[in-house]
Design a protein around this ligand. Structure first.
Ligand SMILES: Cc1ncc(C[n+]2csc(CCOP(=O)(O)OP(=O)(O)O)c2C)c(N)n1
Ligand SMILES: [Mg+2]
Length: 348
């Protein structure tokens, strides 16, 4: 139950806090612009799940991964993909349903994937992306590579059977896999203590033979240290699990005003802020001064503002491409909708 290497040490000269802060600030600002995209009527649909409050999980784990590693995410995965090197303009264009997006606008917020960056897919089915990393891990083991595959999912998936099948196989076959549960306290409108009797999630993973830890997502350096130890173990064939506790600052999706929780609970929860905590730490440790951090934040704001302009100006996919990119190479082209309709009407 003890995190493998989560003991806070003395101030470290080689701290990665500045880099972790930058990643988190980029995620926070990107998500704020996603909310703006929606408010301006430029998003493809309303199913947008912001990861504000969860930046410590994405930044901390991503920093423990290598370029060759792959991953899957749940429906709240913008921040994870950004932390893994996604181009925010192409991401925003995807969320806006534009041709310039990662999946030519056909994946949207919840189904972004990009094999070049190891993103095996966001998934709208709770727990749906978890078994994929077991398959990826099996292939890495067979190929003899050093890569690992990481599944990111919410606390809702802790109550899904496929997680346990996946953890069992990963442990049984010594696969280079890391399971990362982002426990933001809620599955839609249901608080975690109304979904399960036990939130000692690490004990569940240990029961399957995984190395397991729980960590506070407000402390990005603790997340990073824990993820690094578990990722190193996974690379050596000992799969790992970590549960990162944090607070979902806003509603489940953009339409959700969170009527199921009180204003006091939200105010208290939002004090668990990994971004402002990291900023305070950078200042108190003398790693940055306030002016430098303000300049950094302003540069990030400009970068993210530009993603909205890019998306607004980008083209939608051509109607004729509707069935393209749906099947793998070599699959027959589906019959165009119009010709199918013509045929059905002719037969009628
Ligand atoms: C198998 C399945 N059941 C139910 C849903 C409906 N659903 C969508 S998101 C969600 C809550 C997920 O909560 P959690 O896993 O904690 O992720 P979070 O939204 O908090 O990031 C549910 C129940 C679904 N998409 N898939
Ligand atoms: Mg949740």
């Amino acid at each position: 139950m003890t995190p493998p290497d989560a003991t806070p040490g003395p101030a470290r000269a080689n701290t990665r806090l500045p880099e972790l802060y930058r990643t988190m600030r980029r995620i926070r600002t990107f998500e704020e612009r996603v909310a703006e995209l929606y408010a301006r009527g430029l998003s493809a649909g309303s199913m947008l799940h912001l990861s504000i409050g969860e930046e410590g999980a994405a930044a901390g784990v991503a920093a423990a991964m290598r370029p060759e590693d792959s991953f899957t995410t749940h429906h709240r995965g913008h921040g994870i993909f950004l932390a893994r090197g996604a181009d925010p303009a192409r991401m925003m264009a995807e969320i806006g349903g534009k041709e310039a997006g990662y999946c030519r606008g056909k994946g949207g917020s919840m189904h972004i994937a990009d094999m070049a960056l190891g993103h095996l897919g966001a998934n709208a089915i709770v727990g749906g992306g978890i078994p994929h990393v077991v398959g990826a891990g099996l292939s890495y083991k067979r190929l003899g590579t050093d890569a690992i595959s990481v599944a990111f999912f919410g606390d809702g998936a802790m109550q899904q059977g496929l997680l346990y099948e996946s953890m069992n196989m990963a442990a049984l076959w010594d696969l280079p896999v890391l399971f990362v549960c982002i426990n933001n306290q809620y599955g839609m409108g249901t608080r975690i203590d109304r979904a399960t009797r036990s939130i000692e999630f690490d004990r569940r993973a240990e029961a399957f033979g995984l190395a397991a830890a729980m960590v506070d997502g407000e402390d990005v350096e603790a997340v990073h240290r824990t993820a690094q130890a578990l990722a190193d173990g996974a690379r050596g064939g000992k799969p790992g699990f970590m549960a990162i506790s944090c607070f979902r600052f806003f509603g489940h999706g953009r339409m959700d005003k969170s009527p199921y929780r009180t204003a006091e609970e939200e105010a208290t929860g939002r004090k668990r802020d990994p971004v402002s905590r990291a900023r305070d730490a950078l200042l108190s440790q003398g790693l940055n001064d306030a002016a430098a951090l303000d300049a950094l934040d302003a540069g990030i704001a400009r970068e993210m503002d530009a993603t909205i302009d890019f998306t607004a100006a980008a083209d939608a996919p051509a109607g004729a491409s509707m069935f393209r990119d749906v099947f793998g190479p070599g699959e027959p082209e589906p019959e165009p909708l119009q010709s199918r309709l013509d045929r059905i009407l002719a037969d009628a």
